[in-house]
Design a protein around this ligand. Structure first.
Ligand code: ZN
Length: 372
């Protein structure tokens, strides 16, 4: 009985190792078991908890959940605004720095989904702050080009796969041996073979550690998993099973979530709903009080439309209002598509008081509200 309890604890510890802890705004991208890829929403254990979780594939082939997210700021040639509306000056941007997954800019300290994204944001902000007007235009263009460059993202992901396939393959064998072996040794008469099973598990563990150490060393410093992870993989055989996740986390996490999903092979059908949400959010930014956010919203809407348009999605159809449910409906929420018979705002917490639109108006047809 004690042995079965131990097996249960082993399963629980392993499931925790499959989790990637990210800030709540992150979106995960994961390959599907039978081809393609999907976007995953980060789940918060409770609404107050400042961290959310993404799950990697629990069983072989152990696909990683790659964390991605929107940029945490809006930027134009003249101004910089955090996505929550706080305006920042050039002096603050010039001192932007990244420490792990934290981005420091002015008094703000933002926790992002990966070290790679934090590093890229800090480097961009310093460049933007120190450049003249034409160089700032160029810097913004390059930042967005990199976020939406599908060919380059595919290449970067192929490079990540090349570095981690052996690690992941051995982890699959290790996983099967660990759980099937543990069951056979606990519950059947095969328990006499405990020594060879244990020896094989030990040998695979050492192999994973060596492969991880080499893969980590060959990566550029900005992409290298922290040395503490090396210690973790060396000390815990269960952590070693997810060593490839630690490499995946930094692989393409600075790209737009839709670019990352397409690079992993997502079909246009699989990205249709997430694309609609990103587009709606970009169009809603065009109504923000800050001029920077309004300009940024228009730029993002254009970039996203271009990306998904090239993959067979009709942007206008994507943003079509829902079918009227009853005659008394006066409007709908463009974010969650709920229909309302009265009121001005959507009452869903996640929609954050989104203005309702009449049922014959698409969100991209609304004119930006310019405060008078
Ligand atoms: Zn809503």
């Amino acid at each position: 009985m004690l042995a079965l309890e131990l097996l249960f604890i082993l399963v629980v510890v392993y499931l925790l190792e499959c989790a990637v802890w990210v800030p709540p705004q992150a979106t995960g991208v994961r390959r599907r078991l039978f081809g393609g890829a999907r976007l995953l929403r980060a789940r918060q254990p409770t609404a107050r908890y400042q961290r959310a979780v993404l799950w990697g594939q629990v069983w072989p082939p152990l696909f990683s959940a790659i964390p991605t997210e929107r940029l945490p700021f809006a930027v134009t040639v003249e101004r910089l605004t955090l996505i929550d509306g706080r305006e920042l000056d050039r002096a603050a941007a010039a001192r932007a720095s990244a420490e792990g997954t934290r981005l420091r800019v002015g008094r703000a300290q933002l926790v992002l989904c990966s070290r790679r994204l934090a590093g890229r944001c800090a480097a961009f902000l310093r460049r933007w702050a120190g450049a003249d007007q034409s160089a700032r235009v160029e810097a913004i263009g390059e930042l967005l080009d990199a976020r939406f460059d599908l060919a380059e993202t595919r290449q970067a992901f192929a490079e990540h796969r090349r570095r981690s396939w052996a690690l992941r393959t051995i982890a699959c064998v290790q996983l099967l041996l660990l759980f099937a072996g543990a069951y056979l040794l606990i519950a059947t008469r095969w328990r006499v073979y405990w020594l060879p099973v244990l020896a094989a598990l030990g040998a695979l563990w050492v192999l994973i550690f060596v492969l991880f150490a080499f893969a980590r060393r060959s990566l550029a410093a900005a992409l290298r998993p922290d040395w503490s992870y090396l210690l973790l993989v060396g000390l815990s055989p269960i952590s070693a099973l997810r060593a490839h996740d630690l490499l995946a986390r930094e692989s393409i996490s600075d790209r737009h979530p839709l670019t990352a999903a397409l690079a992993l092979g997502a079909s246009s059908q699989a990205i249709a709903e997430p694309a609609r949400r990103f587009l709606v959010d970009a169009h809603l930014l065009r109504h923000a009080a800050s001029e920077t956010l309004r300009t940024w919203g228009a730029t993002l809407a254009e970039r996203i439309s271009e990306l998904v348009g090239r993959h067979g999605l009709d942007v206008e159809r994507l943003l079509e209002p829902p079918e009227r449910e009853t005659e008394s409906v006066i409007g709908y929420c463009p974010r969650c598509l709920s229909q309302y018979q009265s009121g001005q705002w959507c009452s869903e917490l996640a929609c954050n008081e989104t203005y309702l639109l009449p049922l014959d108006v698409r969100v991209d047809q609304t004119s930006p509200v310019v405060p008078g």
